[in-house]
Design a protein around this ligand. Structure first.
Ligand code: ADP
Ligand code: MG
Length: 348
C-alpha cells in the first residue's frame, strides 16, 4: 500500500543519476552475448552467428496495473515476465532487457528499489541481463517500458503463420486463472474502499492470485519440444485471451479452426472463483487475459509424441479457411468464435 508510516526518500534527494546508480550498481552480467551493459551511451552485444529477436511492452499505471493491490516487487517481476513470454513464444531464448521508467513525485526511491528487486528477481530466474534503460518524469503515475532481446537458432524460430489444415491446436498449462485472480482482487479492493477496516478475503485462492500477481513465462516448453522431438508449425503466447490468440494464428496462417469448449484446461480455483462471481469460466479462458501460456499447432503425425505430456492439452484442430474459426460447445453446437480479446482496461 502507498501510505507507509516510515520515512521515504524523495527522488529529488538522489537525483536522476543517483537513482540510476543506486538501481544498477549491483548488476553482474550473466550472458556471453552481453559485452557492455549499463554505464555508457549504449550497451554492446555480440550474438555471433545467431538470429536476434526483439520485443517490447509498455505498462501504464491505472491501465495495466493498480497500485492499490499490486505490490511494487510483484509489478517489477511481472513486467519482465510478460516480455520474456513473447520471446519464448518465438521458440527463442531471452538474453538481455532494457527497462525504462517514467515516475511522478509520489514515488519514493524505496518504492522504485522495490520495483527493481522484482525486476532483478526475474532476471535471475530467467538468466537475463539488465543492460540499460531510461529514467524520466511523469505528471501522474508510473509507466514501465521493457525491451527484451533474445537469440534463436537459424531454423529454430516459430512464427504465427505456419499452421496447416489438420494440425492439432494445443496449449500449455491452464487458462483463465489470471483473469479470475484479477476479479478477486478487484472485488476485495472495492470492499476495502468502502470499508478500510475489513480484511480482504483471499484464502483458498493462492493459485489464481499468483497467476495474476506473479505469473511465470513458459521457458520450459522449448526444452520440452526438443526432448519430444517436435517443432510446432505455429506458436503464440496467451496474453490477451485464447480466442484472440487463435484468431491471430488463423489469420496469419490463412486457416480456420475448431476449438472444443470442453477440452479447454482450467484449474479448480479458476472454476470455483468463476462460480462464486457468477462468471462462465469459459469466458475467463476465452476472453480473459494474462495467462502467459503457449498456444501452438503441431502436425497430426506428432500426436503420439505429445499425448502423454501433462504440460499440454489438445484443444482443437486446424481446418481449411472456408470452415471459419469456431467454438464447438459441450452440447455439440458450432458457434463462430468472437475475437473479444482482453483489453487491459484500455480507455479508447
Ligand atoms: P543518456 O543520457 O545517454 O540517456 P542516462 O543517464 O539516461 O544516459 O543513462 C545512463 C546509463 O544508465 C545508461 O547505460 C542507461 O542505459 C542506464 N539507465 C538509465 N535509466 C535506467 C533504468 N531505469 N534502469 C536501468 N538502466 C538505466
Ligand atoms: Mg537517458
Amino acid at each position: 500500500m502507498m501510505n507507509k508510516e516510515i520515512k521515504q526518500n524523495t527522488i529529488s534527494e538522489l537525483g536522476e543519476f543517483g537513482l540510476i546508480e543506486q538501481l544498477t550498481r549491483n548488476i553482474k552480467l550473466k550472458n556471453e552475448s552481453t559485452l557492455k551493459g549499463v554505464g555508457d551511451d549504449a550497451a554492446v552485444l555480440d550474438y555471433k552467428n545467431k538470429l536476434v529477436v526483439v520485443s517490447t511492452d509498455m505498462l501504464a499505471e491505472g491501465i495495466h496495473f493498480n497500485l492499490m493491490y499490486v505490490p511494487m516487487k510483484h509489478l517489477g517481476y511481472k513486467s519482465v515476465v510478460v516480455n520474456l513470454s513473447d520471446i519464448f513464444a518465438m521458440n527463442a531464448s531471452p538474453r538481455q532487457i532494457t527497462v525504462s521508467i517514467a515516475l511522478s513525485s509520489k514515488f519514493s526511491t524505496e518504492m522504485i528499489e522495490e520495483l527493481y528487486s522484482g525486476i532483478y528477481l526475474a532476471c535471475e530466474r530467467y538468466g537475463v541481463d539488465l543492460i540499460g534503460g531510461d529514467t524520466t518524469s511523469s505528471l501522474t503515475g508510473l509507466i514501465i517500458s521493457i525491451t527484451v532481446l533474445g537469440e534463436a537458432e537459424k531454423d529454430g524460430l516459430i512464427y504465427r503463420n505456419g499452421a496447416k489444415p489438420n494440425d492439432l491446436l494445443c496449449v500449455s498449462g491452464d487458462l483463465g486463472g489470471a483473469y479470475m485472480g484479477l476479479q478477486l482482487l478487484e472485488r476485495e479492493n472495492e470492499v476495502f474502499k468502502a470499508n478500510p477496516g475489513i480484511q480482504p478475503q483471499l484464502e483458498g485462492y493462492n493459485y489464481i492470485l499468483e497467476r495474476q500477481l506473479k505469473p511465470e513465462a513458459r521457458n520450459d516448453i522449448t526444452e520440452t519440444f526438443r526432448k519430444l522431438g517436435i517443432k510446432p508449425t505455429s506458436m503464440i503466447d496467451v496474453s490477451d485471451g485464447l480466442s484472440s490468440e487463435i484468431m491471430h494464428i488463423c489469420k496469419n496462417s490463412g486457416v480456420g479452426c475448431n476449438l472444443y469448449e470442453d477440452k479447454i484446461p482450467m484449474d479448480y480455483e479458476t472454476k470455483k472463483m468463476a462460480e462464486e462471481l457468477n462468471i462462465n469460466p469459459i469466458v475467463a479462458a476465452l476472453n480473459g487475459g494474462e495467462d502467459y501460456e503457449l498456444l501452438f499447432t503441431i502436425a497430426l503425425s506428432d500426436y503420439e509424441k505429445i499425448k502423454n505430456d501433462p504440460d499440454f492439452t489438445v484443444i482443437g484442430h486446424i481446418t481449411d479457411i472456408t470452415e471459419g474459426v469456431n467454438l464447438i460447445t459441450g452440447g455439440g453446437s458450432k458457434i463462430t468464435l468472437q475475437a473479444q480479446g482482453w483489453n487491459h482496461g484500455k480507455i479508447w
